[in-house]
Unconditional design. Structure first.
Length: 367
């Protein structure tokens, strides 16, 4: 039985499975929202999708935890690591927020332009760039089943929180000793179980913030123990069954971060042939960011096509094009300048050393 470490070596640490999985999960988000936004949260059609939809975001976070662990270990310092995370997330997010507030909103609002730009909701929406999430713009999507402009942004603070938590784990020296990281995960998972036992909610079958954070930590744990964990199709099948059941049984998803993380890693380490166009860039983030507001716009502008398949098809086409542009015009150019981070760190380090060596400033008593 080969291990996850051996599988990584077999695919030269660059399996195509993770690239395809990101695209599939991003498409899954758009698909799930095509039912939610078209028929509303109480719509009866498409109920089957909500058995699988709760798994999408947790799998995203598990994938992120596994891959970010590798990036973290390759980074020369925390400054470079956090800088890379900012480079990856902030530019595309900022552009999406600006487009939503300055173009989409004015075109689709029921309010006059002056009333729109003077409303507190308009000003608050720009805080999304900083990770303080606001979901509505004044007068926008008021007649849709849901009024949110981009409900998918709820994950952004938790993603940023995961990166900060990883930095704290490293500073406290909890990362390198594998057993401490595992103990931390087990402790937090135990708290989650106790919280569920004493606060059971029969209507809860979605993934909340604590669940996706645990999925991120599970991805970290699997990466750190990659030399010992078997890469097994049978184990992945068991985890698939457990993951699907967790999306059906109320509250069960809170217990499934580790099975979902293993399933995610197994799929990511598959290595199918690369499609040159589909994998010519990382378009998943753009799909994730733009899918929701585009779907909302379709619901408002095309009421005669209010069916999930029209919403999904049209939104995927538009979001795919915008994601392509976002990657090649914004995300990739910014990431290509990541060497700036090392230059900045060297300059800050050099300045700090000079300040420490500089003679003390004269006091009044010396004058």
């Amino acid at each position: 039985m080969i291990t996850v470490e051996q599988r990584l070596a077999d695919v030269q640490n660059r399996p195509s499975g993770f690239d395809y999985l990101r695209i599939v999960l991003a498409m899954g988000v758009v698909l799930a929202h095509s039912f939610l936004l078209t028929y509303g949260p109480d719509g009866e059609r498409g109920k089957w999708i909500f058995y699988f939809a709760p798994l999408i975001v947790p799998m995203f976070f598990a994938l992120s935890g596994f891959l970010i662990a590798g990036s973290f270990e390759r980074s020369k310092s925390l400054f470079v690591f956090f800088g890379l995370r900012v480079f990856r997330i902030a530019p595309a997010l900022a552009v999406e927020v600006l487009i939503s507030a300055l173009i989409l909103g004015p075109l689709l609002t029921d309010y006059s332009f002056s009333r729109y730009v003077s409303a507190p909701e308009f000003h608050a929406y720009f805080l999304n760039i900083l990770g303080e999430i606001h979901y509505v713009l004044p007068g926008v999507f008021l007649h849709n089943p849901t009024h949110l402009v981009n409900g998918q942004l709820w994950t952004v603070p938790f993603e940023l929180g995961c990166y900060v938590a990883l930095g704290a784990i490293a500073v406290l020296n909890f990362y390198r000793p594998n057993w401490i990281l595992l103990a931390l995960f087990c402790f937090l998972q135990s708290l989650q179980i106790l919280n569920t036992i004493f606060r059971f909610n029969h209507n809860y079958n979605g993934a909340g913030g604590t669940t996706i954070i645990l999925c991120f930590l599970a991805g970290l744990v699997l990466f750190r123990y990659r030399k010992k964990i078997p890469y097994s199709g049978v184990l992945a099948l068991v985890c698939l069954v457990l993951s699907i059941m967790s999306g059906i049984i109320p509250n069960a998803i809170r217990f499934s971060p580790l099975p979902m993380a293993y399933l995610t890693i197994y799929l990511g380490l598959l290595n199918p042939s690369r499609n040159k166009f589909l994998l010519s860039g990382d378009y998943s983030y753009g799909l994730y960011l733009y899918g929701y507001p585009l779907q909302q716009a379709i619901v408002q502008l095309l009421p005669n096509l209010r069916a999930w398949y029209w919403n999904f098809g049209l939104a995927m086409s538009a979001a795919g094009f915008i994601a392509f542009c976002s990657w090649h015009l914004i995300e990739k150019p910014v990431l290509s300048r990541k060497n700036v981070l090392q230059i900045m760190e060297d300059a800050i380090t050099g300045l700090w050393r000079q300040m420490r060596k500089a003679p003390p400033s004269p006091t009044l008593g010396d004058l």
